[in-house]
Design a protein around this ligand. Structure first.
Ligand code: NAP
Length: 294
């Protein structure tokens, strides 16, 4: 079994982004600038947004953090998005999800101009991804593709089972791995909460992507020898082994299945660090106007 080290691969991405920023500075150019919008006080969202701001500092990007009140109206948030769309200093921006109940997430996602949508959630970017056209790819699936690439894991002709069909992870992941590209060319089965006898599919899988948010879900009797397991799940579970009384758990029962896998991502330290690194990568692409040329 080989551990897939997302921290190491993400550090390599940060290093190459830093080198790009140095080159831009050397010729007096404008460094990439990412803005993040945080609505309310959700602790997990605060942690994610802070990590994104820190990543900008690490690679030398400019960053702006807009903290908005939990009770902000939908119109006021859409107005902020309009201002960010029109602000030429900002190359790309994200609105941290989830949003409070008074705000329609779809409206927000669609209000972000596609050329600034570095999260890759806008229908234009998702549509371009489906058509295999240049697009900002959603950061978590993009990070998984980069991990498979970094570890030279063969995907062509393999059976990949993706569990979870969210718009931000499972669905785009299934599309990316089914595309005629490398990594890609998998035969993909997309499973969800209505899938009957899920183990029938996981037992046949060469690659399993777990994105369901159910800690320790995947057990050794559900997989075949030599499978590649990529675990996206992150859930805070109670434990007596840490001072805080909590730890992060993946969707795989790591200790149970690890020996049966050819490759496996740990939680934490697998997919998580790649998500932010890929968001930074998209921000560099946005500043270079490589996806949308005008
Ligand atoms: P989500 O929107 O809650 O979607 C969960 C998906 O899993 C749904 O499609 C659901 O099916 C399916 N599901 C739930 N229980 C199931 C079961 N018992 N069997 C089969 N399918 C089941 O979740 P998400 O936003 O994609 O996130 C998934 C996990 O990844 C969470 O733990 C989240 O914290 C983590 N995550 C990590 C990163 C990272 O950077 N590492 C990024 C994003 C998310 P239905 O559609 O039928 O309801």
């Amino acid at each position: 079994m080989q551990l897939i080290d997302g921290r190491k691969v993400s550090e390599d991405i940060y290093q190459s982004l830093k080198e790009e920023v140095d080159k831009i500075r050397a010729v007096g150019g404008k460094v990439p600038h990412l803005a993040a919008v945080l609505v309310g006080n959700n602790p997990a969202s605060q942690t994610y947004v802070n990590a994104k701001v820190k990543a900008c500092e690490q690679v030398g990007f400019g960053s702006t953090l807009l903290k908005l009140d939990e009770n902000i109206s939908e119109d006021a948030l859409l107005d902020t998005i309009k201002q960010l769309n029109e602000n030429n200093d900002i190359d790309g921006f994200i609105v941290q999800l989830p949003l409070p109940h008074q705000i329609d997430e779809n409206k927000v996602t669609q209000a972000i101009m596609p050329h600034k949508d570095v999260d890759g959630f806008h229908p234009t970017n998702l549509g371009r991804m489906v058509l295999n056209l240049p697009a900002y790819l959603p950061a978590t699936p993009f990070g998984i593709v980069k991990l498979l690439e970094a570890y030279k894991i063969e995907t062509s002709g393999k059976h990949c089972v993706v569990i979870g069909r969210s718009h931000i992870v499972g669905s785009p992941m299934s599309i990316l791995l089914a595309r005629n590209s490398n990594p890609g060319n998998c035969t993909v089965t997309l499973c969800h909460s209505r899938t009957k006898d899920l183990a029938t599919y996981t037992k046949q899988a060469d690659i399993i992507i777990l994105a369901l948010g159910k800690p320790y879900f995947l057990k050794k009797e559900m997989i075949k020898e030599g499978v590649v397991v990529v675990d996206v799940g992150i859930t805070r579970v109670e434990t007596t082994t840490t001072k805080s009384g909590f730890k992060l758990a993946g969707d795989a029962d790591f200790d149970d299945i690890a020996e049966k896998c050819s490759y496996i991502t740990p939680v934490p330290g697998g997919v998580g660090p790649m998500t932010i690194a890929c968001l930074m990568n998209n921000t560099l692409l946005a500043s270079r106007k490589e996806i949308y040329k005008d």
